[in-house]
Structure formats: C-alpha cells, structure tokens
Design a binder for this molecule. Structure first.
Ligand SMILES: NC(=O)c1ccc[n+]([C@@H]2O[C@H](COP(=O)([O-])OP(=O)(O)OC[C@H]3O[C@@H](n4cnc5c(N)ncnc54)[C@H](O)[C@@H]3O)[C@@H](O)[C@H]2O)c1
Length: 249
C-alpha cells in the first residue's frame, strides 16, 4: 500500500472532510492521530475507525489555534505513533459578512482558525520531519481562496494565505525531503456551510460545470495521493483542485 504504516496527524478530523481523509488513510494501512476541538464527535470517529484496530487510531481533543495546545498535539502524536510522517491540516471555520459590517474580531477569528492554525501545526511538526529526513504536509485550502466570493473577504484571504504559505514552505522544506502541498476543494456536502445565507447556497451546485457539489470521500483521494509514494513523490508546492470545475488553472 502506498501509505501503509505511515503515521499521520489529521486536524479537523471530526468534520466531514477530515473524517473522510482519516478513514481513507486508515483503510490504506496508515496509523492516524486525529485532532478536533469537538470532543464528542472526535470520540465517536475514533471509536468507529479504531474498532478492531486500536493501535491504528489515536487522537486528542484540542483547539489548534492555541500555541500550547498544538505543542501538546505534536508531543502526544509523537508519543502515540513514534513519529510523524504526514500532517493534514483540515480544521477550518467560515462565516458570511459584507466587508463594511465585519468587525476586526470576526476577521481575526477566521484568520486564526484557517491560517494561524496551519502555521502553528506546520511549525510544530517541521523539526520532527526534518530529523527524519522525510515528511508530507497537506494543507486544506479552498477554491474561494483562488476565485474569491462576495461576503467572504476574510475566508478568501485566509485560504489564499494558506496557498501562499504552502508554496513558501514547500520551497523551504523540499531540500529536507519534506513535501508540502495543498488541496483546495470546491463545494463539499458537509455541515461546514450550514450557517450561510440561503441566497449564497441556492444555485451554488447548478453554477458548477459538473452541476453538483462533492461528497467528502471525493476530496480524500487528493490527500491520499499527496501522502503516498511513489505516486505523490514529485508534487511540491502544488494546489490540487477537486472542485467540480469551479476553478480551472
Ligand atoms: N465543505 C466545503 O464546502 C469546503 C469547501 C472548501 C474548503 N473546505 C475546507 O475543508 C476543511 C474541512 O471542512 P469540512 O467541510 O470538513 O467542515 P466541517 O465543519 O465538517 O469540519 C471542520 C472541523 O474543524 C474543526 N475545527 C474548527 N476549528 C477548530 C479549532 N480551532 N481546533 C480544532 N478543531 C477545529 C471543527 O470542530 C470541525 O469538526 C476546512 O478547512 C474548510 O475550509 C470546505
């Protein structure tokens, strides 16, 4: 198997896409350490994926925007798995607001959830991967970071930031054998968008060239490719777009 016995940390693993990535990785023989701040949902994901394979699935509930919590996440993951070969940063948050009505607090909340969290997790795993002389980091950005969308200046800026961060870190990390890439999904059928306005959600799927949003499982394959060897071995600083055709680069 392409990622058999690899040790992967996945944030946002109680969410739709993170859970799908965790399930695909585990089914491909990876050992996973799952992280989310939603303790109840995380517990049930760990129980479901870990049934019969308790050594394969571990996790911890914490807030990945907090520096000390991320340090703890990496310590616990290293302790449970014996090292970290793959990091997937999949946690994220979204709200909807016209620029004029957006408070600095709301702006910062979204930047913190989507960008600070990626910085903190990558910085924390980097020394471990460097010591190992290998690693894979997969950030989850968004097609909104590539194309923009009205009432999402904060979300678009944070996700465009993730893509820029990914490219810069990819150049810094590749000489150490660490490959850094991003997955930028289009609309995906999870509860992520549940609080968005009806006018925003209406017609979204019809506007896509494919005419439909994705299921989380259809996003997970891109994260598997980027973690796998040999098929993912020469992706460096790329942003893969499983997005139903919303953005074409
Ligand atoms: N669903 C979509 O349409 C879509 C489209 C493009 C990109 N994305 C991105 O995909 C990623 C996953 O989204 P999803 O659709 O699975 O959403 P989701 O809401 O199902 O999952 C997100 C998870 O992240 C967790 N989380 C949020 N903030 C956290 C924090 N500070 N600390 C720890 N955990 C935290 C939540 O508890 C939740 O379980 C996000 O980064 C999102 O921006 C989603």
């Amino acid at each position: 198997m392409q990622i058999e016995n690899k040790r992967a940390v996945i944030t946002g693993a109680a969410g739709g896409i993170g859970q799908a990535i965790a399930a695909l990785y585990a089914s491909a023989g990876a050992r996973v350490f799952l992280v989310d701040r939603d303790a109840a949902r995380l517990e049930s994901v760990i129980a479901e994926l870990g049934a019969g394979h308790t050594d394969q699935v571990h996790g911890i509930a914490l807030d990945v925007t907090r520096e000390e919590a991320v340090a703890r996440m990496v310590d616990e993951a290293e302790g449970a798995l014996g090292g970290i070969d793959v990091l997937v940063t999949c946690s994220g948050a979204i709200t909807e607001r016209e620029l004029e009505d957006m408070s600095l607090a709301e702006w910062r909340e979204i930047m913190g959830a989507n960008l600070d969290a990626v910085f903190l997790a990558c910085r924390a795993v980097f020394p471990i991967m460097k010591r190992q002389g290998s690693g894979r980091i997969i950030t989850v950005s968004s097609q909104i970071g590539q194309r923009g969308a009205p009432r999402f200046t904060h979300y678009a800026a944070s996700k465009a930031g993730v893509i820029g961060f990914t490219k810069a870190l990819a150049r810094e990390a590749a000489p150490h054998g660490i490959l850094v890439n991003s997955v930028a999904p289009g609309p995906v059928l999870t509860s992520f968008n549940r609080d968005l306005r009806a006018e925003t959600l209406d017609g979204t799927e019809a506007a896509l060239p494919l005419g439909r949003a994705a299921q989380p499982e259809e996003i997970a394959g891109a994260a598997l490719l980027l973690a796998s060897s040999p098929h993912g071995d020469v992706f460096v600083g790329q942003t893969l777009g499983p997005n139903s055709g919303d953005v074409m680069l």
